[in-house]
Design a protein around this ligand. Sequence first.
Ligand SMILES: Cc1cc2nc3c(=O)[nH]c(=O)nc-3n(C[C@H](O)[C@H](O)[C@H](O)COP(=O)(O)O)c2cc1C
Length: 182
Amino acid sequence: MRAVVVYESMFGDTRQVAEAIADGLGLNFEVATVPVDRVATDQLRGIDLLVVGGPTHVRGMSRPKTREGAVDQAAQPYSGISLEPGAAGPGLREWFSTLTDAPPHAAAFDTRVQLSPLVTGRAAPKIARVLQRNGCHLIAEPESFLVTSKQPALVAGERERARAWGESLAVTGAHACARSGA
Ligand SMILES: Cc1cc2nc3c(=O)[nH]c(=O)nc-3n(C[C@H](O)[C@H](O)[C@H](O)COP(=O)(O)O)c2cc1C
């Protein structure tokens, strides 16, 4: 069984979460982890599971303007932030508008600040809705992984939690594939 983890990341936190999820998925799946600006046109063809995640920007998925905001933030003197290659975009929102060949099973995650989701909003449910609209069956509830509010950095223990979530997707995903005869 094959899975692809597609992620968007400005500052590297969502990339680290994506890599940890992919590690966990490795329990049952052959996994490729791909930044959203590098997904090849035929990369999703024939795969069994697609996992998609990105940072929460202004309570949802990033837009060109919010990515500019992130680039500006990194450019501040002494910000200590290094941008990921491809941080300027395109992001998940733009990629979704070109999505074809969506696989049968999918799951969504985001990174967001460690405060109540009522305050922060969450990108993951929005990502999940787009996946469903593309015909994917969601094998898990949308999940959030937390960053600190000062300088973006994963909260302690989140990488491990992401790996465990990946393992749980590996188990649920294998059952879902078996049921659908994939
Ligand atoms: C322009 C901008 C808007 C943001 N808006 C939100 C928000 O509404 N809610 C939230 O929890 N975090 C928000 N954040 C913080 C991001 O969620 C955080 O930078 C991201 O999770 C870090 O992931 P990355 O390192 O992969 O970019 C925002 C960040 C930026 C740059």
